[in-house]
Design a protein around this ligand. Structure first.
Ligand code: NAI
Length: 301
């Protein structure tokens, strides 16, 4: 069935360029009213300008869609609240939040300052927290919400020179895991998107493919599904170059080891602990404790 967004209102942060711009255009083309947020700074987060967000709004309007521009920094809770208030005043509801704004301050951890670490965590992780907090009560009250965190393979699996970025991006997955659980009874679905695309952010990376093959517009189909009526929840979706994958945080069945030689047992049986047969994707954190208690109960006969 066609994914439609008629009557839905969406906020896309960092939508002045790159992936966010494509998400905003794709949502608007399918009927959503869109708040195009972008601080309009440089890749490292310095500076600000409303030109980028204004240009995307002009594109949407020229194509017959509805959109408003917003220049709030996602790091500023008051400005974020004002953005949400403006959307509510104009359209009366808020259905979709795409947390996409981001910056880079890459350096090996040895050379990275704490200031560069904090700044990147503040934009990616606290930026998403600020925006999500500002829409949460609205979504709870209307019993409908679709929220996406933009994570990254760098967070899920690591990448040299991106300790700050990776920590923030995996933090977003933790945020998703809990908000998906807390949002469930009000039909608020929360997912994570791990994109791969050629944008300003990745322009220094050599690509093995022609750049068109890594166009950011090839990621947006995955985003559209994650914010649609029949979206999944607690899903980590990889998307890039037309490829779509799903990543999981899993746990193995492991072993039970107690007593004075427990450290030696952990060492000796590490292969068994690591054995992935019987691995599960827990539906909440308590599942780990359940696996452990079940083994302890068995050991106690
Ligand atoms: P981009 O640099 O083109 O887009 C990021 C946008 O966020 C920019 O337009 C920037 O002005 C805006 N922004 C930065 N700080 C902001 C703030 N404080 N408040 C509001 N807006 C702010 O880069 P791209 O690639 O489109 O990135 C989008 C998202 O996707 C980011 O979260 C990035 O970390 C993530 N991502 C991108 C990948 C890629 O391959 N391009 C890979 C993995 C994740």
């Amino acid at each position: 069935m066609a994914l439609g967004f008629d009557g839905r209102v969406a906020i896309v942060t960092g939508a002045g360029g790159g992936l966010g711009r494509e998400h905003a255009l794709a949502l608007a083309a399918r009927g959503a009213k869109v708040v195009v947020n972008d601080l309009g700074g440089a890749r490292d987060g310095t500076g600000a300008s409303s030109a980028a967000a204004d240009a995307v709004v002009a594109e949407i309007v020229a194509a017959g869609g509805e959109a408003i521009a917003n220049g709030a920094s996602v790091t500023d809770p008051e400005a974020v609240q004002a953005m949400v208030d403006a959307a509510m005043a104009k359209w009366g509801r808020l259905d979709i939040l795409v947390n996409n704004a981001g910056v880079l301050r890459d350096k090996s951890f040895a050379k990275m300052t704490l200031e560069d670490f904090r700044f990147v965590v503040d934009v990616h992780l606290m930026g998403a927290v600020n925006c999500t907090k500002a829409v949460w009560e609205i979504m709870r009250a209307q019993n409908y919400g679709r929220i996406v965190m933009t994570t990254s393979s760098s967070g899920l699996y690591g990448n040299f020179g991106q300790a700050n970025y990776a920590a923030a991006k995996m933090g977003l997955v933790g945020l998703m895991q809990t908000l998906a659980i807390e949002g469930q009874k009000n039909d608020i679905r929360v997912n994570s998107l791990a994109p791969t695309a050629h944008t300003r952010m990745t322009e220094d990376l050599g690509a093995a493919l022609p750049l068109e093959a890594l166009g950011p517009e090839l990621v947006s189909p995955g985003l559209l599904y994650l914010v649609s009526e029949d979206a999944p929840t607690r899903c980590i979706l990889g998307a890039g170059a037309g490829g779509f994958e799903r990543a999981y945080v899993t746990i193995t069945q492991g072993i039970h080891a107690v007593g004075p030689d427990a450290p030696e047992q952990v060492e000796a049986r590490f292969e068994e602990i690591s054995d992935r047969s019987g691995e599960i994707v827990p539906d909440m954190g308590a599942a780990q404790g359940m696996i452990e208690l079940t083994k302890a109960q068995k050991a106690h006969g």
